[in-house]
Structure formats: structure tokens, C-alpha cells
Design a protein around this ligand. Structure first.
Ligand code: NOJ
Length: 748
């Protein structure tokens, strides 16, 4: 059953762009529509516009008066269950029509028990644990009265300078589609009307991740074909997964703010995809259209947003203050208002709010053992082993003395990452605590952090850390970023390690002791030198509450790392944007390029090769997409893709032999990439089309089978139509986007 759901999710992410079915065909669906129409028929214009107004409460008395008067449809940021019930009681028992409020909160990667940030969850390549994590978060948040979360964030993020890459599932449309759908299933559960379910919200619609220069809120310039081929597929997959709501993004794309973009909100989301959920603006993104210079005043902004298809105004109050007059003046039709209100009421009925408006806190679920275990498993699976020279890891019980250094070894707040409004650091288990608790009876641990926090530039503690390292058999340096350095509005122009962290690592490496570097960060940092001078490197996108035990068990080999990079790691800052699925240039780089240090003085202009590469950074990133080592080694052989041609409506069916040829049991993420050799427009050099997590005991082999519908090779071509171009393709099956066994095939 579980397996079927995962396969179904993957199929959903296949982006076949069939229209999704609504539930109007079902009896329950028709009944909901009848109730919506019934209620709508009783509402005044003012009450309708009240439903379209979302507020973040300030003074309870003022809020209560507005709710009583039918001026509010939703609130965000109330998490005290008693307060939630008090305001809900006013909506239900004291407002004229008794319409319950929708209570929202950003439950992004956990509510109290914090999971790895979404980028870390994506590194698990495991939709099952991601779904469980979202379910856990829903259970905890709903126990405080929250019924709507602003997640998943499924923006494609290809620029690590952009702080919000932390909240994303990385650079790849397929992986993001699979993970986003898993989160939606987890938040929404089997039924939205279950009081422990949250309505999910796919955000930010759309292209927000392409902010120019990686600076948050910046303009984007994504043409329609790229929008459809790269940025829209995760959102289509969210609709197919039954996502209850969408949020518009802050950016303007080619001059049109998303909050007024009727092409994406009406033509694509409603007409093409048949979305019947609710669309909310981002926080004041309606009134910000005035600042953008796209609207003259709040009336203009409200009219443009509602006419474009934004149903609910998040806190700008442009709707509540201006829409009634706009309707009376004929600038907004009554039909437009009615449609928006239908979408809002439909969601309230689907959530069962009319039957059960109040918080049902029968059981204390926050930080329960089951949730801590889910967070621990997710953290374990999210850690990526980037380097392991001479089997430095895993450490053994006989290691002797370990010197623990670095500002992230014992930083309970920082390892939780961005978007943690409710999780408490007092519940965090740090790596230092976990090493002491789990392995302190077997090894001696000396802790000298060297730096107080990640931006600390003071060199005064480094000598002590080096002295401690001198007494140890192994050094573990915990480096990275504080939580505040990634997330919304936290973009960086330089994504190298902050403060004196590199100096600390250099000093530690000079001791000549085996050096293990563990990085906890909100983005892929440029760590070229740090990786070079370390013997082993573990990378953990901020791992959450249970990051400590997860990392400690990986260091000691109780858990074998299996995470893979969901995003490319640049070798140098100036390579950004660097992502694996780039279009093929007419002059692709080749291995013979001459790098800057090899170029003779007075070299001839064309002697270095006229190819697409950087003289100083070469041709490759530091770590490619899909990369991650294990303590064991996996061998691929016998790819059996049948030769010959496959029809456009056929299936690519193939299998590969995977052997655990190393000394440890372990999990491999088997990845399938495809290249369309010639299309009606240039095509990416590779695109991820499928993956599977395979656990093998040491010495064990298994044939891993795939069946990928040829329809998944479709794209929006020259004529802006969606379809598969017949012709030649190459397929790779392997351990990352950078290598694998390959076979050619033809589609007719
Ligand atoms: C602004 C952010 O862009 C969005 O992601 C978030 O959900 C809202 N604020 C509400 O907090």
C-alpha cells in the first residue's frame, strides 16, 4: 500500500499535464458545492470581502470586533489553543453567518519537533520519510489549532546566494515535484477534514527562486518555455497531489508581479490545471505592487490582484478597504468576488471547520518519542558524505581521544535552521551532547570550540583548539552557518564560510591529525579549500532537533550515510548559477581544456580552446547534483535497456545490477537520467527522471528495475506545445548526475 502510494506520487510527478479531476463527481463533492452556494447566497458584499481578508492579529479586542463584524476570513500566527478557540468562538457564535476562521502558520519543517530544513529533506531522496515528517508536523501544529500551513515551498532554487534555497528542495524539477507532493500528502493526510490535517499551500507561485543575482525579492526574467519546463512542473504536481492552496510570489517576472499575473493564475492554474483550491497573496504582496511601480494606489493594487485571481489578501488590507467600492464602480465584477469566496468557503468545508471549528487537544503529541524518532531518521538520511580519504570514517570505539572544535558543535538554536517559530532550542540535541551521551564511555572527548559563533572573526580561541587537537587522535570540526544566514531576506553575496572558520580549519589541519569536517548550513557553501584540507567531510543542511544523535551515529558508523546532494556545490563563487541540467551549448567543455596556471605567457588567443568553461574554475562543480558517498561501495553492472525503438506512448523498461561490494551494509540512491539528443529547442544535458533507495547488506546484489513512461520525456517545444520529440536519447543509471552506465534508445 505504502509502496503504491510512493509509486503513485512519482507517477504524479511525471508531469504529464493531464487535467486533474476535481471531486465534483463525487456525492461529497457535490454536497460541498451545494453548501458553498447556499452560504454564498446569504452573504452581503461586505461579508464576502471579509472572507477574503487575512490578518495577523495584533490587539485581541480589535481583532474580535472585526471578526464579529464578518471582516476577517483567516488569521495567521495564533498558536495558543485557548486564544485560537476564543477568537474562533467569536467567529462561529457571534458573527452573523457563523463562518469559522482559517487559522494559518508557517509550519515549514516541523512545528515543535524540527526536521531537517527542506533542502536537507530533499537530500534524503526519500519521499516516505518526508511524508512522515510532514504528517508529524501537522499533528503537532493542529493540536494548537493551526489548520493551514504555508508549505511546501517548491521553488526551483539554482543559486546558493539566495537565502531561501534552504526552504527549497533544490535545483531539480523532478526531485522537487516528488518531495513537494510527499509533503502535501503528509500535511493533508488521508482527509483534510481529519482534525489533525493541515491544508497545504504550494508556494511561491512562481519563478521566485530565479531572483536575479540571488538577492531575495528581486525581479526574475523567466520566459514562458523555461517557466513551463522547469519552474511550473512542481506546482502542477502539487495540484495533482490535491494541494489545498497556492501562494503568489513576491517577484515580478519580466515586469509583471506574480500577484497580478493572470496568465499564470488564471490561464495556467485554473484553466489548464483545473485547480479548485484557494489562492492567497504573500504577505502584503498586494500593496507592494505600489512600491514595485506596477500600481498607482491600494485600490488599483486590490483590483489588479483580484482580477488576476488572488482570492485572499494576506494582511495588506487592500481588499477589505477598497474592493467594495471597486465592485460598485464596476472595476471588479460580482462574479469575480463570488468565485474568490467560493474557493475560500470550499476549503473551509473541506477542512470540516463548520462541523469542528475548535481545537481538539486530546493528546499531547509535541516532542513525543515517535516524533523525535522521525526527526532523527530524517536527519540521518539527510547527511551527505562528501569526502572520505583512507576510510577516515567511520570512527571506531578504539579511537582514543577526539578533539571537538568549531562553532556548530554545540549550537542548539543554529542547527534548527530557518523558519523555526515554534520549535524550542531546549529540545535540540547537539552533536557535542550526543557524542558525549552516546560514545562518551568509549572515547575521550575534549571540546574547544575555537570560535564562539559562525561569523566570529576573533582568532583568540584558535590556539586553544589547536592545543586540544594536538592531544587527540582525531579532530572533528563542526563548521557552517548560523540559522539567521539563510532563509527569507537572508541572501549572501559570498557563500564561503563566514568569520574565521577557514582559519580555524587550516590551523587544525596543520596538526597533521586526521581531520573530519562536519558542516551544518542552509545552503551549499563554497568549501573547495576546506574539503581539500579535510580527510573526511560530512554535509548536513541544518538538521533540526535530532541532528546531534544522527551525526554522532554516522561518525561512529552505527548509521551509514546515504544522503545525496539535491543541489550542485560550486567550486568557486563566480560559477553560480551552476546546475547539472544546463542546456547543451554549441561548444561544450571537454577534458583537455587548459586551466589558468597552465597557460604560457604570451599564449596565442585560441590556444586554450574555444569552449564553454572558466579558465580559473575549469569545467566541473565541486560536487555534482545527486552526489554522496557511503562507507561501503556500490557497483553497477548489466544495464539491460532493450535496443531498438520505443513508441511515444510506450514505457522505458530496464534494470541494472547493483552490488554492495564494500564492508558495510548501506543504502544507495539509484538515479536515472535522460538526455534528448536533439529537440525542437536545445535540451538539458541530463534530466533526472527516476530514482530508488536501495538497501543492501554487505556482499548482497540485487537487480533494480525501472519503468519510466516515455511521456515523461515530454517538454514544451519550439511551438510552445507539450510533447515528446521523436529521435535519439541517452539514458544513464548511476550513483550521481556525473556518472553512470549508459545506453542509447530511440523514440518514434
Ligand atoms: C512571507 C513569506 O514569503 C512566505 O513564505 C510566508 O509564508 C509568509 N510571509 C507568511 O509568513
Amino acid at each position: 500500500m505504502r509502496k503504491n502510494r510512493i509509486l503513485a506520487a512519482m507517477a504524479m510527478a511525471a508531469m504529464t499535464f493531464v487535467s486533474c479531476s476535481t471531486d465534483y463527481e463525487t456525492k461529497a463533492g457535490r454536497e460541498t458545492e451545494r453548501k458553498v452556494e447556499d452560504l454564498l447566497g446569504k452573504m452581503t458584499l461586505e461579508e464576502k470581502i471579509g472572507q477574503m481578508n487575512q490578518l495577523s492579529p495584533w490587539d485581541f479586542g480589535e481583532l474580535a470586533a472585526k471578526v464579529r463584524n464578518g471582516e476577517v476570513g483567516s488569521i495567521l500566527n495564533y498558536t495558543d489553543p485557548e486564544l485560537v478557540d476564543s477568537i474562533q468562538r467569536i467567529a462561529v457564535e457571534e458573527s452573523r453567518l457563523g463562518i469559522p476562521l482559517l487559522v494559518a502558520r508557517d509550519v515549514v519543517h516541523g512545528y515543535k519537533t524540527i526536521l531537517p530544513i527542506p533542502l536537507g529533506q530533499a537530500a534524503t531522496f526519500n519521499p516516505e520519510i518526508v511524508e512522515k515528517g510532514a504528517r508529524m508536523a501537522a499533528t503537532e501544529a493542529s493540536s494548537d489549532g493551526v489548520r493551514w500551513t504555508f508549505a511546501p515551498m517548491i521553488d526551483i532554487a539554482r543559486d546558493p546566494r539566495w537565502g531561501r534555497i534552504a526552504e527549497s528542495c533544490g535545483e531539480d524539477p523532478y526531485l522537487t515535484s516528488v518531495m513537494g507532493a510527499a509533503m502535501i500528502r503528509g500535511f493533508q493526510g488521508d482527509s483534510l477534514s481529519d482534525p489533525s490535517s493541515l491544508a497545504a499551500c504550494a508556494k511561491h507561485f512562481v519563478a521566485y527562486g530565479a531572483a536575479e543575482g540571488g538577492r531575495d525579492y528581486n525581479s526574475t526574467y523567466i520566459p514562458e518555455r523555461l517557466l513551463r519546463n522547469v519552474y511550473l512542473p512542481p506546482f502542477k504536481s502539487a495540484v495533482d497531489a490535491g494541494c489545498a492552496s497556492f501562494m503568489t510570489s513576491f517577484n515580478d517576472n519580466d515586469g509583471v508581479p506574480s500577484t497580478a499575473n493572470s496568465f499564470v493564475l488564471r490561464n495556467i492554474l485554473r484553466d489548464e490545471w483545473k485547480f479548485d483550491g484557494m489562492v492567497v497573496s504573500d504577505w502584503t504582496s498586494i500593496s507592494e505592487m505600489i512600491v514595485h511601480g506596477f500600481c498607482t494606489d491600494a485600490t488599483d493594487a486590490a483590483e489588479k490582484a483580484v482580477n488576476a485571481g488572488v482570492d485572499m489578501d494576506m494582511v495588506s488590507e487592500a481588499y477589505i478597504n477598497h474592493l467594495a467600492a471597486s465592485v460598485k464602480e464596476g472595476n471588479v465584477s460580482m462574479n469575480t468576488i463570488d468565485d474568490a469566496v467560493r474557493n475560500i468557503l470550499r476549503l473551509k468545508f473541506r477542512l470540516g471547520l463548520f462541523e469542528s471549528p475548535y481545537v481538539s487537544t486530546s493528546q499531547e503529541v509535541k516532542y513525543c518519542d515517535e516524533h523525535l524518532e522521525i526527526a532523527r531518521k530524517a536527519a540521518e538520511q539527510s547527511v551527505i558524505l562528501l569526502k572520505n580519504s583512507q576510510e577516515t570514517l567511520p570512527l571506531s570505539d578504539r579511537t582514543g581521544t577526539i578533539a571537538v572544535a568549531g562553532p556548530m558543535a554545540d549550537a542548539p538554536y543554529e542547527q534548527l535552521g530557518t523558519w523555526v517559530f515554534d520549535g524550542e532550542k531546549s529540545y535540540t540535541q547537539t552533536p557535542l551532547e550526543a557524542l558525549r551521551a552516546l560514545y562518551g564511555d568509549k572515547v575521550d572527548i575534549i571540546y574547544e570550540p575555537g570560535l564562539c559563533y559562525s561569523r566570529d572573526k576573533s582568532m583568540s580561541g584558535i590556539a586553544k583548539a589547536v592545543a586540544a587537537a594536538g592531544k587527540a587522535d582525531v579532530i572533528i570540526a563542526f563548521l557552517g552557518e548560523e540559522a539567521i544566514l539563510s532563509g527569507e531576506a537572508h541572501s549572501l553575496a559570498n557563500v564561503e564560510l563566514q568569520g574565521a572558520q577557514t582559519e580555524l580549519l587550516r590551523a587544525l589541519s596543520k596538526t597533521g591529525k586526521p581531520l573530519v569536517t562536519v558542516i551544518m548550513a542552509g545552503r551549499p557553501l563554497v568549501i573547495t579549500e576546506e574539503a581539500e584540507i579535510s580527510d573526511a567531510v560530512l554535509y548536513s543542511f541544518h538538521p533540526g532537533t535530532m541532528g546531534g544523535p544522527a551525526i554522532a551515529d554516522i561518525l561512529f558508523g552505527k548509521v551509514n550515510p546515504s544522503g545525496k546532494t539535491p543541489v550542485t556545490f560550486p567550486r568557486m563563487l563566480g560559477q553560480i548559477p551552476v546546475y547539472y541540467a544546463q542546456n547543451q551549448t554549441g561548444r561544450p567543455a571537454n577534458a583537455e581544456e587548459m586551466l589558468i596556471e597552465e597557460i604560457p605567457v604570451e599564449a596565442g588567443q585560441t590556444s586554450v580552446g574555444c569552449r564553454s568553461f572558466y579558465l580559473d574554475a575549469g569545467t566541473s562543480p565541486l560536487f555534482p547534483f545527486g552526489y554522496g558517498l557511503s562507507y561501503t561501495s556500490f557497483e553497477y553492472s548489466g544495464l539491460d535497456l532493450p535496443a531498438g525503438s520505443i513508441p511515444r506512448d510506450g514505457e522505458l523498461t530496464f534494470s541494472v545490477n547493483l552490488k554492495n561490494a564494500g564492508k558495510h551494509d548501506g543504502t544507495e540512491i539509484v538515479q536515472v537520467y535522460v538526455q534528448d539528443k536533439a529537440g525542437s529547442v536545445t535540451r538539458p544535458v541530463k534530466e533526472l527522471k527516476a530514482f530508488q533507495r536501495i538497501f543492501l547488506k554487505k556482499g548482497e546484489s540485487r537487480r533494480v528495475s525501472f519503468s519510466v513512461p516515455v511521456s515523461e520525456l515530454a517538454f514544451w517545444g519550439y511551438d510552445m506545445k507539450y510533447g515528446v520529440d521523436p529521435g535519439d536519447f541517452t539514458l544513464w543509471v548511476g550513483t550521481s548526475s556525473a556518472n553512470g552506465l549508459s545506453a542509447d534508445f530511440n523514440v518514434y
